[in-house]
Design a protein around this ligand. Structure first.
Ligand code: IDP
Ligand code: MG
Length: 138
């Protein structure tokens, strides 16, 4: 198991001023921040990041939403980071997210669900490389 994962504070949560509260929940849960930056993605960059979802009916909306305003991208460290962070953020659909999770507290909808969290060690590595090494060339 790797000890790092990748996260984004999505445009709705950033615009609503929840960045500080979300980072506080992340730090309080025992994660440390290894890298962090604010970025305003282009629609093309959002599309490249979510390419795995390109056949899904919500893909075009998702790319528009993720490029609608600034986000915070960060690399987090903790033991079993990927699974621990997925637990902290809660289910994709906030209606199904457990009490005490970030999405339960801050998500507005299944799309505008406040935060991203990698779903595997492999994707955590790919997503970190995408944001911190490749983004300017996408
Ligand atoms: P995850 O973020 O919990 O891993 P994914 O299935 O990987 O969920 O979907 C990526 C993102 O696409 C979600 O976080 C959400 O913003 C959006 N999304 C997922 N399912 C739907 C849907 O049914 N309608 C609209 N947007 C969706
Ligand atoms: Mg996912």
């Amino acid at each position: 198991m790797s000890n790092t994962t990748f996260t984004m504070i999505k445009p709705d949560a950033f615009a609503d001023g929840h960045t500080g509260k979300i980072l506080d929940m992340i730090l309080s849960a025992g994660f440390s921040i290894k890298a962090m930056k604010t970025v305003h993605l282009t629609q093309g960059q959002a599309g490249a990041f979510y390419a795995v979802h390109r056949e899904r009916p919500f893909y075009a909306d998702l790319c528009r939403y993720m490029s609608s305003g600034p986000i915070v991208a960060a690399v987090l460290e903790k033991e079993h980071a990927v699974t621990a962070f997925r637990e902290l953020i809660g289910a994709t659909n906030p209606a199904q997210a457990a009490e005490g999770t970030i999405r339960k507290r801050f998500a507005k909808s299944i799309e505008a669900n406040a935060v991203h969290g990698s779903d595997s060690d492999e994707n955590a590595q790919l997503e970190t490389t995408f944001f911190f090494c490749q983004l300017e060339r996408v």
